[in-house]
Design a protein around this ligand. Sequence first.
Ligand SMILES: Cc1ncc(COP(=O)(O)O)c(C=O)c1O
Length: 477
Amino acid sequence: MKLIFEKSRKGRGCDVLPPCDVPIAELPLSLGRKKPARLPELDENEISRHYSALAKRAFGVNDGFYPLGSCTMKYNPKLNEEAAGLPGFRDVHPLQPEHTVQGCLKVLDIAAESLREITGMDAMNFQPAAGAHGEFTGLLLIKAWHKSRSDTARTKIIIPDSAHGTNPASAAMAGFQVLNIASGPDGCVDLAALKAAVGSDTAGLMLTNPNTVGIFDPNILEITGIVHEAGGLNYYDGANLNAIMGIVRPGDMGFDVIHLNLHKSFSTPHGGGGPGSGAVGCKKLLAPFLPLAGCDLEGGAAASPQSIGRVRAFGGNFLVVVKAAAYLLTLGKENIPEVARNAVLNANYMMEKLRAKYPVPYDGPCMHEFVISLEKLKETFGVSALDLAKGLQDKGMHPPTIYFPLIVHEALMVEPTETESRETLDTAVEAFMTLYDQAKADPESLHAAPVNTVIGRPDDVKAARQPVLRYSADIDR
Ligand SMILES: Cc1ncc(COP(=O)(O)O)c(C=O)c1O
């Protein structure tokens, strides 16, 4: 497909701008461009076709089932997009005087209050723009707390080997040393390993519960207790909150600080480079260190002198919070647990059906996602997790996450999400089952998959390491 720059023809266009409703300011010549901007010039018809063609080459939740474990691409109500598009939210400027944005601040307040209640935290802050950014911020809070007590020997963050990759990365970025501990045979935290790891150098523990194999750790109170007793704090990676919201609270599990992925659990799609919100919540002891929010509701609390400062401009990605608030208000307190119940029900339904052919390394019921292993299939028939994922694309669905978590060989991590119907799950199960038989009968055909997609098997490493994101040809026509 040609790039929009390649379709451009000098002099074409459809730029009918609305009349200017602000005073026109002339820029000094020294600030002007030497050459016109390199913008593609096309008529409206061509532009419309170009973007339609691009949309057809992508796959999103509006196209089909998207069980991307850990990255939760679920259907989100379009109504919430409309709420975020209301001019009173969309058109505000962060430097407007506070008395003109009281409605927006009220929305932040409503969202914060609901999320505080759902998580069991005392304070909530929306400045971080992504989950990993929330982790980094939360870890800086832990660091600031230890420092405020002159306990500077606490330099280590303990992280289980099942953790999401962003956890150790964020800890290292926040200046901590990462101490990895192995999971037990049940996929949960190995208590003996944790007890051996904690000490006077422990700054804290980072944990997601349910963990990345989809299991809720039954020893959670003992785990957080061990860390507290050693003088550390507990960080909860709340990216998987859709599994537990309204049912149990991280604050009651002994966690001191958490981040939430509003762009997973609360009505904004995850991924795709769009705006996110890694809201950070914490208990009272850490609240004085929270980032400066930018502005407050009239009569709101003044910024704390102990704040770690800003981690992003102003109040964060405000419109993501608007969607979260709309979602929370639509559900209401009584229906929030229903989200978690459906997430868990859908995952268990699918896991139990797949168990008939696919090994599930960790026994027992799962939470919102589960992991299957293709290790045996690969050993016997040479069909890998990647081959199966490619085969699933040919069946019209987005593949699950593959090769994660690292503690499961040839892993496929499936998260059906709370928003899928039983019929969709049944169709997906059928696709998995057919592919299993195909893998045994004709493994070669899966090595050649996918055959129905625009791109077959790109060089993943090259795409990640050397992405070509800019048109570089000379277009000074
Ligand atoms: C468990 C877990 N932690 C952290 C993250 C990081 O979130 P983000 O991709 O917004 O940085 C994710 C991402 O999906 C996740 O699944």
